[in-house]
Ligand binder design. Structure first.
Ligand code: ZN
Length: 426
């Protein structure tokens, strides 16, 4: 039964690809764009403005006003929304989007000049403002904003905020790119997660121009899941780790966003493409068989062989003894543990097993057998879509969730969760 799943999934993905031929469809017209309305504020065509949007509708207490910048193009086109820090301690989004709104990209004759832009860009560098201030992924009530969507007006605090964001920021978008990092205790190779059977999501996932795409539904309660249910194309970018600054992951995010805008014809220029693309429908986990202190030998992005030592474990109670953690398969490490405390059974690495297209993958590795994502250092090259080698990675996700093999997420207030418990889903 489970063996039939990937094939059925693949047929769905191929159907979505056919629908993708013209992802903009009816959006393309010769009509002049009207004013863009966001939260009772109108932005005229060829105008850029920043609006303060309160996460809570209150007259007493802190309503947590977040910055939403609207760039409304002179030409008609899709509405693309860019989100950062839905998890307050995942800083790749705030860094990339702040840079995007700076003088390198905004202003006369720059890529995001509203006079030449087709469509509308809405940029929210910090969605979870209270979490960001507390340096926590969670909301002050200990809940995960990305598990409460679409939320309700009368529910708990996080549910109310999720509802405001979903109603005002997610709805009204044609496409959303949501920037994340791995949760605390691990780090991600830059990657895109999207439901490839959903045509608009498929379009922006491929349009991002990245090597690794994980074909999956968003977790229950995630903005991705509820946006897809409303027909909105949604891609989640994951790069680096929480509470750290990762210049490479920020750079890849910026190039990816510009690539999506180019592939949707919102800005001029040809989108760049990787030489090969991994479309993964499942994965394998590397687990510790001993407890102690972990020393990762193979970082995220390493292409490993079956039986290769990816980590070693030592125990202060057993000086001189070392346990090796071996890779069960040849493949690409897409996420590795950074928290050294492990027990037997603890996940230390997340692997895409690769049995086909080895040569195409190897052509993208550096001398350390490390995949360096296109755009990490300098402008990535332009290629025709037909020149991209696509490699399918068959399989399943643990519990239907990309991060299902990591530690179970606990909705505890941040001040009381331990480092390991906080290693929740990114
Ligand atoms: Zn996250």
């Amino acid at each position: 039964m489970s063996n039939q799943l990937p094939r059925r999934r693949r047929a769905k993905v191929e159907k979505a690809l056919e629908e993708m031929e013209n992802p903009l469809g009816a959006l393309k017209s010769n009509k002049k764009p009207k004013t863009h309305r966001f939260a009772r504020t109108r932005t005229k065509a060829a105008e850029m403005r920043t609006i303060r949007f309160p996460l809570l509708e209150t007259s007493m207490g802190d309503p947590w006003p977040i910055r939403v910048t609207v760039i409304h193009g002179a030409k008609p086109g899709p509405v693309l929304t860019l989100l950062g820090a839905v998890h307050g301690d995942e800083l790749v989004g705030p860094m990339a989007l702040t840079h995007l709104l700076g003088s390198s990209f905004c202003g006369p004759d720059k890529p995001l000049d509203p006079n030449s832009l087709a469509g509308t860009i809405r940029v929210v560098p910090v969605v979870n403002l209270p979490g960001y201030r507390m340096r926590s992924r969670y909301f002050p009530d200990g809940r995960d904003l990305n598990r409460e969507s679409p939320g309700t007006e009368t529910g708990n605090t996080t549910s109310r905020v999720a509802n405001r964001i979903f109603q005002n920021i997610i709805l009204g978008s044609d496409y959303v790119i949501d920037l994340h990092t791995a949760a605390r205790g691990r780090t991600n190779l830059p990657q895109i997660r999207a439901d490839l059977a959903d045509a608009p999501s498929n379009a922006i996932a491929r349009g991002f121009g990245i090597e690794v795409i994980l074909d999956s539904l968003g977790p229950r309660g995630s903005f991705r899941r509820s946006a897809n249910e409303m027909g909105i194309g949604y891609a989640t970018y994951e790069g680096g780790g929480a509470n750290t600054s990762d210049a490479g992951a920020v750079q890849v995010a910026l190039y990816g966003i510009l690539n999506v805008m180019r592939s949707l014809s919102m800005i001029s220029g040809k989108p760049s493409r990787p030489s090969a693309r991994l479309l993964a429908h499942g994965s394998t986990w590397i687990r510790a068989d001993q407890g102690g202190l972990l020393d990762m030998r193979a970082p995220a992005g390493r292409f490993v062989e079956e039986g290769e030592v990816v980590a070693t474990i030592t125990d202060p109670e057993r000086p001189g003894a070392t346990a090796n953690v071996l890779s069960p398969s040849r493949g690409l490490l897409i996420c590795t543990a950074t928290n050294p405390y492990v027990n037997s059974g603890a996940p230390v690495g997340h692997l895409l097993p690769i049995h086909r297209g080895i040569r195409a993958v190897e052509s993208m590795l550096d001398s350390n057998r490390q995949l360096v994502p296109s755009g990490t250092d300098g402008e990535p090259p332009w290629r025709e879509e037909t020149e991209v080698d696509e490699i399918q990675v068959e399989g399943e996700w643990v519990a239907g969730n990309v991060d299902g093999g990591w530690h179970i997420e606990l909705n505890s207030p941040p001040s009381t969760v331990s480092a390991e418990e906080e290693a929740a889903e990114s």
